[in-house]
Design a protein around this ligand. Structure first.
Ligand code: BTN
Length: 234
């Protein structure tokens, strides 16, 4: 694994995608200045200063795409939640992969599949974590948002946190590739913020109201009597 620092980039995900040929499996790209961060479902990811995490993990697990890869964002959300618990916090996960503290979002995860024609080139698993942000900066974000320094009442060391996150991610990564979501299902369900509640979900710009009944063995949301694989709980 190589840790690659880029001083400034539009997006670590975009950087990794355009350099996919030269980047190796398990390389990691991170930056201090991300000017055009990408979010899920076409959204943007706000830049909150140099001391926050903007990072992409390059994964080349095989020559072909397997469905299990879609659950890597949920695996990463579990890894981050476990670390936050080790810091004495009580994280929750909002389907599919937002990590919350006291109902406020602390990180965002976006996995992009890189294809060249029909050839699968790899995955770029991006994560942004609010590590050291001010309440002023966070108040500019529409949704309730928090940062680790605010929750812990102290500054958090970025390099150290990145290392802890990567060590924990790769600890069970191979097992995850073998077993998939079932490996993390119990933890995910125990920490789910949305289960057994009335929720509103945006599915491809169509907002539906219903009941979050459960999560399948493949990480999909059981919403009323539908199985949802793409969407956003509002
Ligand atoms: C979301 O919650 O919508 C996902 C946000 C993902 C943001 C991270 S920051 C590092 C990486 N590079 C990007 O452009 N996006 C991801």
């Amino acid at each position: 694994m190589g840790l690659i620092f880029v001083e400034e980039t539009k997006s670590t995900n975009a950087y990794a995608k355009s350099n996919i040929e030269s980047l190796k499996d398990r390389d990691v790209v991170y930056t201090d200045v991300q000017t055009n961060g990408r979010g899920r479902l076409g959204r943007t990811w706000k830049y909150l200063g140099t001391d926050n995490i903007y990072m992409s993990i390059i994964l080349k697990p095989s020559d072909k795409f397997h469905d299990i890869y879609s659950n890597l964002t949920q695996y990463l959300s579990v890894v981050l939640s476990q670390i936050l618990e080790e810091h004495g916090l009580e994280p929750q996960i909002k389907w599919p992969n937002d990590v919350l503290i006291n109902g406020k979002k602390i990180s965002g995860i976006l996995c992009e599949t890189v294809m060249q024609g029909h050839d699968f080139k790899g995955l770029v698993l991006g994560i942004g974590i609010n590590l050291n942000a001010t309440t002023d900066e966070l108040s500019a974000i529409e949704k309730p948002t928090t940062s680790l320094n605010i929750e812990l009442n102290r500054t958090v060391d970025k390099k150290e946190f990145i290392q802890i996150l990567l060590d924990k991610f790769f600890l069970d990564y191979d097992e995850f590739l073998g077993r998939g979501f079932i490996l993390i299902k119990d933890y995910y369900i125990e920490h789910a913020s949305f289960l057994n509640k009335k929720i509103s979900i945006n599915i491809l710009n169509n907002v539906k109201h219903g009941f979050a009944k459960g999560v399948t063995n493949y990480g999909a949301l059981i919403f009323d009597n539908e199985i949802i694989t793409i969407g956003d709980i509002l």
